[in-house]
Design a protein around this ligand. Structure first.
Ligand code: SF4
Length: 453
């Protein structure tokens, strides 16, 4: 833990209570849905697949298509090879995807299924693909699974022909389709020709057309994933979700990359814009300058509401790091910052944020919401930010609450609107301001009532 916890909280190591993360395959399934005409395949029991699809559907309010190897006792004893081969044959025949992206589950990992060998023994139709990644859920989190699936696509598909294609490989991090659209918009405004992997825009925010489409228009095309190996350079956004993909592209295809934080808030967006500008050697267009100027204007106007307000932030590590930096840059104190995803890098990045902004903050990876609740009982904050599960803490401690990150299962529209870029920062400011000002209004109304009585 960074900066130490209050003394009365003892370290709990063997048990998680209300974890601030979910299981690896969910991230792998999400990444696979960001590939055009791809069927994510869960190699394990039906229950795992149902849970993963349900959580994604509840967050995005869209059907999350996926298939399963439907393990029963037999597969647990004899291995899941025949289940997977039969599944792939049926999936190509019935659902006709261009590619099947297999991820494992706890059970198939525990029995030690050799997926690469199973795939090599399949009869895959001409022009179709099967890729895989290992996603044991007792390691890491959904962010690890997301990162692993990206590596799975690069591993199987990306190739270097020796002739560069002049493009940038963008790995967007574990963000919503609305964020992916915004990252693409910024890249386009800066004149960057890119391939983004994965790209869930147009898939998990697809329009209603009146007819069901198993494979909506969006998603990274297979040809473009192959072409990632010929990109001039890569940019990975969010170290936890994207660093492995950037490193693999360099190792396999010699595409040099830069790993950055998610472009959440003004400083991180500036860094992202400057990185792309450095690569294109172009100018920042007025449209982006205008958005940045609007953001600065709003930050100045509303500063009194933020100044010295303590905030607790929980969620995915890349998102929490970005939000904490932004909160610090608008004068708030990100006092407690936790993620359920393990990794010392979280402490290092949070330490950078705290030092740069002179913040006395506490950060902890591999933490859970029970622990965060204990922290907040010991020391009150002015605002709580994170996914839906935080609402119980907010209610119990009577805290203003901003729903942000993953999962948000009890609200609509959030996945369409970005939190990245300058526009995303304006949206975050609006959400924080509304929460703080609603509380101020309520307190004022309570005071009025007291005076009347
Ligand atoms: S068994 Fe493993 S993969 Fe399946 S839902 Fe549970 S944690 Fe996730």
């Amino acid at each position: 833990m960074l900066n130490g916890t209050p003394k009365e909280i003892s370290e709990r190591k063997a048990l998680r209570i209300n974890p601030a993360k979910t299981c690896q395959p969910i991230g792998a399934m999400y990444a696979a849905l960001g590939v055009h005409r791809c069927m994510p395949h869960s190699h394990g029991s039906q229950g795992c697949c149902s849970y993963h699809r349900t959580l994604l559907s509840r967050h995005f309010k869209e059907p999350a298509m996926a298939t399963t190897s439907s393990f029963t006792e037999g597969a647990s004893v004899f291995g899941g090879g025949s289940n997977l081969k039969t599944a792939a044959k049926n999936i190509f025949e019935i659902y006709d995807p261009d590619i099947i992206a297999v991820h494992t589950t706890c059970l198939s990992e525990t029995i030690g299924d050799d997926i690469r060998t199973y795939i090599s023994q399949m009869e895959i139709p001409e022009g179709k693909f099967v890729v895989h990644t290992n996603t044991p859920s007792y390691v890491g989190s959904h962010i690890t699974g997301f990162s692993n699936m990206i590596c799975g696509f690069i591993n199987y598909l990306s190739k270097s022909t020796g002739v560069k294609n002049g493009k940038a490989a963008l790995i967007p991090g574990f963000v919503n389709p609305g964020d992916m659209r915004e990252i693409k918009r910024i890249a386009s405004l800066l004149g960057v020709d890119y391939t983004m992997l994965p790209d869930t825009s147009g898939v998990l925010d697809a329009p209603m057309t009146g007819k069901f489409d198993m494979y909506p228009k969006g998603g990274t095309k297979i040809a473009d994933i192959i072409g990632l190996g010929d990109c001039d350079y890569s940019v990975g956004l969010g170290e936890f979700a994207s660093a492995a993909g950037v490193a693999l592209l360099d190792k396999k295809c010699k595409v040099k990359g830069n790993i950055m934080g998610l472009p959440i808030g003004i400083e991180a967006t500036d860094r992202f814009v400057m990185e792309l500008t450095k690569q294109t050697k172009g100018e920042v267009p007025y449209e982006l300058e205008e958005e940045r100027g609007q953001l600065v204007d709003i930050m100045i106007d509303s500063h009194p509401y933020f100044h010295n307000k303590k905030v607790a932030i929980f969620g995915d590590p890349d998102t929490v790091i970005g939000l904490a930096e932004f909160a610090a840059s608008i004068g708030m104190i990100p006092r407690f910052c936790i993620t359920g995803t393990p990794g010392e890098m979280f402490n290092q990045r949070m330490s950078d944020v705290f030092e740069r902004h002179n913040i006395d903050g506490i950060a902890k990876p591999a933490a859970d919401l029970f622990e965060l609740h204990q922290m907040l009982k010991n020391e009150k904050v002015d605002l709580l930010m994170g996914g839906t599960h935080g609402k119980y803490i907010a209610r119990a401690e009577d805290l203003p609450f901003v729903r942000i990150g993953f999962p948000i299962t009890d609200r609509y529209i959030h996945s369409y609107l970005p939190i990245v870029g300058y526009r995303g920062a304006i949206r975050i400011l609006e959400m924080i301001l509304n929460a703080l000002m609603d509380r101020q209004d309520r307190d004022a109304a309570d005071q009025d009532l007291e005076l009347v009585m």
